[in-house]
Each structure stands twice: as structure tokens, then as C-alpha cells.
Design a protein around this ligand. Structure first.
Ligand code: BG6
Length: 488
């Protein structure tokens, strides 16, 4: 997981399918561009961008710079020429084997065939219906053969969504596993590469003061919230088929939940970490088909239908309460919520410790630990203190570590981190097939059981439907707001 200088990577050729899409413009190309300026790309790096539109490499880069939210200044940058020297644009059709034959010529023949000695990495950034056809065609056109003499490898990186439910995810896994062994498949969840998400394991397993308390005897409940203030906008067609549960809970939130609750892996090795996570995902208590009353609230922001132009029952908000069938967590509720069109963009994990069974003082509150994943990345702990003055009054104050007050170095974006690991062949931050399938089984149980439950509406810019707060109130709790109580 260490940063590596450019020279330590094997020569690499990265082919991106779907290179003209939003993901490529907003995340992949900016990440690669930044890695290039930082010297983090492999030596002798080649980038082949495949799309259907007619571009040459310069017009492609101009198109990306215009489209990208992040690469706007690229046109003027002095690093542009160097980046262009790595780049080729290839116009191809993912459904046409003939296109791939020509691509093979491009990958093989440049520089007199030298490219046969590169690691061959393929990034599937297309719509999901193309994942399997691309894999099949890659296999059929001989593009997977890597140089054995130099021990080069072939890997594929598959973007989300990985399936739409358990059967489709299972089918996709089977299809990919026909062509590639598991160790060549990199299934992405970019949340895992966020610094603050990686820090969850470190805080838990590197500090003697937390791990002994990390169980049902000391923890009352846990909240995981991912709020987005953006609306569905240009992604309406995708989002309307997907909804908040499948877009964010199935992957990002369940992965965070796994890291917060898993047992300590025996070592920091890919399979140990994955085994620990899959155990959590398999232990998720399924919802009964008879209904989710009281455990799930789904909503849609007002104006959504106008935005997408037709009627729809897609949820743009979901809040759910779940339990894990594990002795460590017996009876501890986990509250998850996410949505679009909310008051702000913030992702946070809040661990609420139980109150002392008996406290000497009036006003003792349970300690709370807050992992702020984004923005204003931080970790804080709320503890009870005495308010200065006569008598004894208690106040909960925070002990806070803010990333920006301690680290001055640029925090690499999640995509930079994932690409670097992809180059190095490190799968620790990628998801194994059984993790994906276990997560989908749980999500399918939620979807089966909420069929008859209402879809509440909420104003855009709010914190979601009031019914989500009511769900907490029924349990005698409230969603964490993070507000400091002022002491008078
Ligand atoms: C994506 C979802 O996986 O994650 C988006 O499809 C969501 O709907 C995005 O907005 C959030 O990513 P981040 O890194 O901005 O929190």
C-alpha cells in the first residue's frame, strides 16, 4: 500500500473502454493526468482510450478538458504535451469483434512490437451491459495474452454497477470468471480508496483503547450517512433504473459497514481482508418479504419527476435499520441513510457508545466517535467534561483530529489510489465476487419487502423525509447532527 516511484512499475499499457464518458472525464483522466505530473505512472506507460466518437488524440483531450469538472485548466498546462505523448485514441465499437482486431494491431505493433512486453490492463468504464461482451471479445481476439518471458500480466478493472440484483451480479461474475481468474479481476468501489475509509481499519486495529470496546457490550448503535446535495441531473436515465439503495447502499455503505464491524484480519493480505468483510456481508439479517415497517424509509425529492420527465417510483432517499447475525454485534442496530437532493454533501460514520451503567454525575452522556469521511476529513471523539464554575455540570466536548490541520501533503484522490493499485496488481481495495453477491442478497431482501411500503416525498435541500427521523425516534434515538451544544 506504499507510494512507489514511477520506475518500480513494469511497462504498462492501459486501455480504457468508454473513454468519452463522464467517469472518464471527471475521474479517470484527471487522476491519470495528475499521476503523470507527480511521476506516479509506470515507466513506459501507454494509455489507449477507446470510444465510439471520431477523435484524434488532441481533439479527444480537448473534449475531455471541456467536459471535465476537474481538468478545465488542462489546455494551458505545460504538462499537456507529456501527457499527450502517452496517449492514443482509438475509435471502436465494443460490439464489433472486428474493431478489436484493429485494436490488437495498435497494441501490438506500435514501436515495432515492443508492447508485447507490457502489462496489459483493461478498464471497463462503459455501461454495464457491455462488461461481459467486452470480456468475451478480448478473449476471442487474443488481447489477453501477455508476455510470459517477462512475467507480464493481464488484468481487468470493472466499474460499478456490478449487477442490478443478486442473479445479474452472479451471472456477470460467472461470465467474467470464464475468461479470467479472480486474481485478474478488479471490481471497483471507489469508497474503499478514500483515505478516510482506509483509516477506519487503522483507528480500530492500531489503537489499544478502541478495539476492546468495539462490540455489543459497549456500543449502543452506529450510523452511516452519505448525503448528496446534487440532484440526478444528467444521470437521470441511469439513476431512475437504480435508485439510492442500489446506487450507494449496496456498495459504498455496506463496504463501510464491513470495515467498521469486521474482525481483525490475520494479516494485511488481500484474501484475509476479503474473508473478514464477506463474513459481515453474509451475516446481514435479511428483511422478511412480509414487510419492512419501521425498518426502512424511502423517499423521493419533490421535483424529481419533473426533472426526469415521467412518472417513477425510484427512491432518491433511503434510510434503513439493520442487524448483524454475529455474537459481537447481537442486538446492535446499524442505521444507514443516503440520498440525493439533500441539504449538503457529507459522508459520516457515527459510533455511539453506551452510557455508563451508573454515573456519579447528572447529565452523563454516551461517548460518540465520529469518522468524517468527507468533506473536512476528520476523526472526533465526544467526551464528558466539567463546565467551569461552581457546582458540577457536565458538557460533551470534542477531541478532534482534522486532516488539514495535521497533513499538508496532497491527499490522493480515490481514483489515483485505485489506478496505482491496479498498476501494481494489489487487490486489497477491490471487491471479491462473493462480497458483491452477499451484498446483493441483502439488498434484494430489502427490495422484496418494501414493495408495499410508501414512497415519501421530501423537499429538495432538506434532510430527507421526516419519516426517517420518526424511525429513529421510535427507537428513542435521533440522527447525529454534530451540533455542539453551547454552554451558557
Ligand atoms: C457513485 C454514485 O458511485 O458515488 C453517485 O453512483 C454518487 O450517485 C457517488 O454521487 C459519490 O461519490 P463521492 O466520492 O462523491 O462520494
Amino acid at each position: 500500500m506504499k507510494d512507489q516511484p514511477r520506475s518500480s512499475f513494469a511497462p504498462t499499457i492501459l486501455t480504457i473502454f468508454g473513454a468519452t464518458g463522464d467517469l472518464s472525464a471527471n475521474y479517470l483522466l484527471p487522476a491519470l493526468y495528475h499521476m503523470d505530473t507527480e511521476g506516479l505512472l509506470p515507466s513506459d506507460f501507454r494509455l489507449v482510450c477507446v470510444g465510439r466518437r471520431p477523435f484524434n488524440k488532441r481533439s479527444f483531450l480537448d473534449f475531455i478538458a471541456k467536459k471535465s469538472k476537474i481538468l478545465k485548466p488542462l489546455k494551458k498546462s505545460k504538462n499537456r504535451d507529456r501527457f499527450l505523448s502517452h496517449l492514443s485514441y482509438y475509435r471502436g465499437d465494443f460490439e464489433q469483434p472486428l474493431s478489436f482486431q484493429k485494436l490488437k494491431l495498435l497494441l501490438d505493433d506500435r514501436r515495432g512490437g515492443k508492447h508485447r512486453c507490457h502489462n496489459r490492463l483493461y478498464y471497463f468504464a462503459t455501461s454495464p451491459e457491455f462488461f461481459s461482451p467486452i470480456a468475451a471479445i478480448l478473449r476471442g481476439s487474443g488481447l489477453l495474452a501477455a508476455c510470459v518471458r517477462h512475467q507480464r500480466s493481464t488484468r481487468i478493472l470493472v466499474e460499478k454497477p456490478f449487477g442490478f440484483d443478486y442473479p445479474s451480479a452472479r451471472k456477470l461474475n460467472r461470465e467474467l470468471l470464464r475468461y479470467f481468474p479472480e486474481k485478474q479481476i478488479y471490481r471497483i468501489d471507489h469508497y474503499l480508496a478514500k483515505e478516510t475509509v482506509q483509516n477506519l481499519m487503522v483507528v480500530r486495529f492500531a489503537n489499544a483503547i478502541f478495539e476492546p470496546l468495539w462490540n455489543k457490550d459497549f456500543i449502543d448503535h452506529v450510523e452511516i450517512s452519505a448525503f448528496y446535495d446534487d440532484r440526478v441531473g444528467g444521470r437521470a436515465a441511469f439513476y431512475d433504473r437504480t435508485g439510492a439503495l442500489r446506487d450507494v447502499v449496496q456498495n459504498h455503505l455496506l463496504q463501510i459497514l464491513s470495515l467498521i464491524t469486521m474482525e481483525e484480519p490475520r494479516e494485511l493480505l488481500t484474501e484475509y481482508i476479503r474473508n473478514a468483510k464477506v463474513r459481515i456481508l453474509r451475516s446481514l439479517q435479511k428483511y422478511k418479504p412480509s414487510g419492512v415497517r419501521g425498518s426502512v424509509v424511502r423517499g423521493q425529492y419533490r421535483g424529481y419527476l419533473r426533472e426526469i420527465g415521467h412518472s417513477s417510483a425510484a427512491e432518491t432517499f433511503v434510510a434503513l435499520k439493520l442487524f448483524l447475525n454475529l455474537p459481537r454485534w447481537r442486538g446492535v442496530p446499524f442505521y444507514l441513510r443516503t440520498g440525493k437532493g439533500l441539504s449538503r454533501k457529507v459522508t459520516e460514520v457515527t459510533v455511539h457508545f453506551k452510557e455508563l451503567p451508573r454515573c456519579l454525575f447528572a447529565g452523563c452522556a454516551g461517548n460518540v466517535m465520529v469518522f468524517r469521511i468527507q468533506p473536512d476529513e476528520s476523526v472526533e471523539l465526544r467526551i464528558n467534561n466539567k463546565v467551569p464554575g461552581f457546582g458540577i455540570r457536565l458538557h460533551q466536548a470534542k477531541l478532534k483530529f482534522g486532516y488539514d490541520s495535521v497533513f499538508t501533503k496532497h491527499i490522493p484522490s480515490a481514483y489515483e489510489r485505485l489506478l496505482l493499485d491496479f498498476f501494481q496488481g494489489d487487490q486489497r481495495l477491490f471487491i471479491r465476487s462473493d462480497e458483491i453477491e452477499a451484498a446483493w442478497r441483502f439488498i434484494d431482501s430489502v427490495r422484496r419487502s418494501w414493495r408495499k411500503s410508501p414512497l415519501f416525498s421530501y423537499p429538495a435541500g432538506s434532510n430527507g423525509p421526516t419519516q426517517a427521523s420518526a424511525m429513529m425516534e421510535r427507537d428513542g434515538r435521533e440522527w447525529w447532527t454534530g451540533v455542539d451544544k453551547v454552554v451558557k
